[in-house]
Write a protein that binds this ligand. Structure first.
Ligand code: BES
Ligand code: ZN
Ligand code: ZN
Length: 500
């Protein structure tokens, strides 16, 4: 769907030719285009004369050249002040191009963005990413289906030879990551009555049915009881839906002893349990399995990209409900790793299921690195809002890598503290630890709680409660699930592989 090429001197056939115009620079862009494609510039000349186009960010104007048979339309897109160009803005511009393409049903699109931009390859990548995102919608539960978008090809044109460097493999990577993001969004968007732990497990099996490099294993309720996942079972016991632990193993062709485990919080609905939540916005708790969805998305992308490290996804899947058999505040439960936990608030359930899953992952797989994605606390939303996930890690190297990957990928992270002094807040009168800390610093005490269940492994925890769904003011993110995770992970992976 994406290609690149040097600008042909004559005979460019295009349904849509896109020209990027920096603020107040239409004249330059016009002269540039005239020098390379003199046949189609008349309508631009007229816009220039009328001073109708300022080149402000995302300003856009569709023009129709007189000679319809070769270049049928020209789209001018403003990208504002040149010094302000960032990947994030180029993604939004790409998104806009994609939306225009689908509105006018253009099949073959040419994009010129090298008239002013310096880091061309990076710009091409970001625009392509935005175009990919423009194709997403979640209509599974709408009776009226939208028309399927037609397949379009986008060709990035340049006069510079350098455009060829790496782009092919970059496009392949973008497409593979997008597949993972789509799966992450789709799973997270499904409401809880259509996505119980059992259905999640079925969906995961279906997704990888014909994928040779990925094996799925499931522990059901009975097996979980045998293996003493008591914390996980305690969260599930108030619900009529049985819990399960879903294990996804991506194995590279050449076996690799270095493993990365990715654990994703899979609470298919979080009512809070006996410590029940207030009713306002409780519907959003269907997204409380966005970490699990990201885990599935990452394994999907891996199955296409085939990285050299073995990746293991682990999803503790439960529904958190009040009920006659539900776990109650004050109950004390023994975790998979033997520590006793006093449950003081049944709404702090994510850390309980993650505790057992992390301890199990460490014991069974002995990974070099363990990562978890979890919509864990309201506190991280209070601290960082919806633009950044909270990152907690015991490794400075890993922290640096993910900071870079966050900036590059657009799935932003902010490093949060794991100071030992916060652990005191989790002391319990009757058990080894309590499942909640004090009133303040809730995202940090939640992370400190998890730390009890990893061993000496490198570990990084992402609290994605703010970033997983309904992020405001980012054009290219849909409402509902954002698909946070896969692009962060795969932007970091190569660097991580070097230090493991
Ligand atoms: N799933 C919630 C966290 C959450 C809150 C996600 C808002 C998305 C948006 C989690 O299980 C929870 O309820 N956490 C409690 C912990 C508290 C009881 C210590 C919270 O953050 O309020
Ligand atoms: Zn909760
Ligand atoms: Zn929760």
């Amino acid at each position: 769907m994406f290609t690149y090429s040097l600008i042909p001197k004559v005979g460019l056939k295009s349904d849509l030719l896109v020209l990027f115009v920096p603020e107040k620079a239409l004249k330059n862009s016009f002269e540039y285009l005239e020098s390379i494609l003199p046949d189609y510039t008349i309508p631009i000349k007229r816009v220039l004369d009328h001073k109708d186009f300022k080149g402000e960010l995302k300003e856009n104007l569709l023009l129709y050249p007189a000679k319809d048979n070769i270049v049928r339309r020209i789209l001018l897109i403003g990208y504002g002040k040149l010094e302000k160009i960032e990947s994030e803005k180029l993604r939004e511009i790409g998104f806009l191009i994609g939306k225009k393409q689908s509105a006018i049903k253009a099949k073959n699109i040419h994009i010129i963005l090298d008239n002013e931009l310096s880091n061309l390859n990076n710009a091409v990548k970001s625009v392509a990413e935005g175009i990919l995102y423009s194709g997403y919608s979640f209509n599974e539960f709408k009776s009226e289906k939208k028309d399927k978008n037609i397949q379009a090809t986008y060709c990035f044109l340049s006069i510079k030879e350098e455009i060829k460097n790496n782009l092919k493999s970059e496009f392949r990577k973008l497409l593979a990551i997008n597949e993972g993001i789509i799966i992450t969004r789709n799973l997270a968007n499904i409401p809880s009555n259509h996505l119980t732990p059992r259905i999640l497990q079925k969906n995961v099996k279906n997704l990888f049915r014909d994928v040779k490099s990925v094996k799925i294993e499931v522990l059901n309720k009975t097996q979980l009881a045998e293996k003493k996942f008591r914390l996980l079972l305690s969260v599930a016991q108030g619900s009529k839906q049985d819990p399960s632990l879903i294990i996804l193993r991506y194995q590279p062709e050449k076996s690799n002893t270095k493993k990365i485990v990715i654990v994703g919080k899979g609470v298919t609905f979080d009512s809070g349990g006996i410590s029940i939540k207030p009713s306002a916005n409780m519907d959003e708790m269907k997204f409380d399995m966005a970490g699990a969805a990201a885990t599935v998305g990452i394994i999907k992308t891996a199955s296409i990209l085939k990285p050299k490290t073995e990746l293991i996804g682990i999803i503790p899947a439960v529904e958190n409900m009040p009920g006659g058999n539900a776990v109650k505040p004050g109950d004390i439960i023994k975790a998979y790793n033997g520590k006793t936990v006093e449950i003081l608030n049944t709404d702090a359930e994510g850390r309980l299921i993650l505790a057992d899953a992390l301890a199990y992952a460490v014991k069974r797989f002995k990974p070099k690195l363990i990562i978890d994605f979890a919509t864990l606390t309201g506190s991280i939303v209070a601290a960082l809002g919806d633009k950044m996930a909270g990152m907690f890690t015991n490794s400075d190297e890993i922290s640096d890598i993910f900071k870079r990957a966050g900036n590059l990928s657009g799935d932003q992270v902010w490093a949060m503290p794991l100071l030992d002094s916060y652990s005191k807040l989790l002391e319990s009168k009757y058990a080894d630890i309590a499942n909640i800390g004090g009133k303040w610093g809730g995202a940090i005490t939640a992370a400190k709680f998890l730390e009890n269940f990893i061993s000496t492994n490198k570990w990084v925890h992402f609290d994605i409660a703010g970033t997983a769904n309904d992020v405001k003011n980012v054009d290219y993110l849909p409402s509902g699930a954002t698909g946070y995770g896969p692009r962060l992970f795969f932007t970091a992976l190569e660097e991580i592989e070097q230090i493991l």
